[in-house]
Write a protein that binds this ligand. Sequence first.
Ligand code: F0G
Length: 468
Amino acid sequence: MSDAIAKTAQKAGATAVQRCIVPACAAAFGIREQIYVCSRCGGPLEIEIPLELLKSVPDLRERWRTRAASHEARDRSGVWRFRELLPFDNDAPVVTLFEGNTPLYDAPRSAKYAGLTALRLKHQGCNPTASFKDTGMTAAVTQAKLLGARTVVCASTGNTAASLAAYAARAELQCAILLPQGQISPAKLAQSMDYGAVVCEIAGNFDDCMRLISELADVPSIYIANSINPFRIEGQKTVAFELLEHCAWCVPDHVVVPGGNMGNSSALGKGFEEMLRLGLIDRTPKISIIQAEGSAPLAHLFARLKPSEIAADAALLDEITPVAHPRTLATAIKIGAPVSWKKALRAVLRTNGNIITVTEQEIADAKAIIGRDGIGCEPASATTVAGIRRLTAAGKIHAGESVVAVLTGHVLKDPDYVSHYHRGTLSFESVTAEGTAKSVQITGAFRNAPEKVAANKEAILKNLESRR
Ligand code: F0G
């Protein structure tokens, strides 16, 4: 890169600000101010990169592609190779595990199941700690280092915790994670223990943990790494850039993601919008969010929006009604009061997408179908394929359109769920209209349980024949 171009690119990162997203406020704060929400109105913050500066930088796309073949640590990261669009100086002490650069798979069986001609799956479970959180955590923990934090903390349904624990270990920072006791997959908990985090099991749900986290926000030595932190979103937005690159810059018609605390959908929305504003694409995909039926506050809000609210950003003035007791076996998205809902809703409204729910049975079957494509994911990720199936049936996605589902976590994140599904022992505690709990059995429509087979060749061949 010539000196002048390098300086322009660096200036873009260095002159970014943190901006309140509430239009009537829009207060700006310095990029190294340790705040998580607007100190004037309490609204959510996002990073504003001065994109005009980057418009003069030639061949950004080529520059990013070439870096993928370099051996420099930042270039090997699928996040930092897009550093012109990240709010850091060129000499920032980057904390990386070489995250990103995840595969985009064709998934013919899942496509057919969902009523599509073709479907591609962007597998964010192929990140270093096996979930999409790593792309955000590299940025948040780098910012923690720059701020001189001693401890990084998060509330989590398991994946944020595992990711933060790993990046904190790399950065030699203390890490504390707040988890809802007994509601986390043991595999995710094991990761956090292994990476040396202080694991605090809280008697309550994720939303209770999140409330406690916000009480820690005023301790200067502590840095919060939940997706309320706009630096997390900066890292995660690069998935949009990488996806476009893998699609040879042909914009997919739809990108579909699961919705929990709503950081991922917010980040994708920001990433695509920045590419549009830079003129690197001429439209954005429609971003749709899928929630589990028992944990779906944003889908409920979306369903009651009027067309006039949809047309403008007016819906952002609305308030979300939290789900007091969220329920789903997809524990990653068992969240009743998502902190980033405003940003996520804005992304959906601006791109003309949808927010819908799917049932536990639909999630379970979609997960098994994704597995049949040879691609494992955790239950929360499978909401995407289940949701696409619904959207296709409703005529909101057309069979021939190009669709990408973002798989957020690896199949080994929750092996108990997989095993119970295939053995036919998966059940879900639902609540009746009268408020009483009842256990609902999930049918393993694509069950594949192990069988006892006699220890001889004939028995094995017979077994294979019977299952052709
Ligand atoms: N999928 C997986 C596997 C997740 O772990 C999460 C969130 C989501 C989807 C939803 O993403 O919150 O950005 O809307 N997990 C968080 C955690 C809450 O603590 O690990 P979101």
